[in-house]
Design a binder for this molecule. Sequence first.
Ligand code: 8DG
Length: 146
Amino acid sequence: MQTERASGGGQAARRDLKVIVGAAIIRDGRVLACARSAPPEVAGMWEFPGGKVEPGESEPEALARECVEELAVRVEIGDRVGRDVKMAHGRSVLKVYAARLLGDAEPQPLEHSGLRWLSAAELDSVTWLPADAPIVAALRPILAAG
Ligand SMILES: Nc1nc2c([nH]c(=O)n2[C@H]2C[C@H](O)[C@@H](COP(=O)(O)OP(=O)(O)OP(=O)(O)O)O2)c(=O)[nH]1
């Protein structure tokens, strides 16, 4: 670890890199967008459900856990959507995966202040967290294709 820090040239050590995963849950050509309820600086801005990958978890496992915790739904994780997005001066990275609902449960806003299913034409009707811009752009043709 010492070596990694020393060779990092002042950059954050690799072990400090946090991976945030998000789920683009798609149903009938619409994606589920979630409004953050906290912290105040970003409350009311929209994101994909998800969160930090915990030690020992795979990215799909983390997403499945977050979808239960945040929305009370089970999901099947599919392909990546868009590229890795660096955040917090490179100390964290956002990775979004396509997902679909399993079972009949409707997502519940257990931690968000609102949920919306957005079509390709409606993607710009909400204010996304800034890091999500390239993901939303990559999602547009996927939704438009049905
Ligand atoms: N879930 C999610 N987080 C995003 C997105 N875009 C984006 O910049 N973020 C940022 C917001 C937060 O700074 C961070 C995710 O942190 P979080 O607090 O939601 O994660 P978590 O659920 O693991 O949090 P906690 O257990 O520590 O409370 O990533 C997105 O689309 N989805």
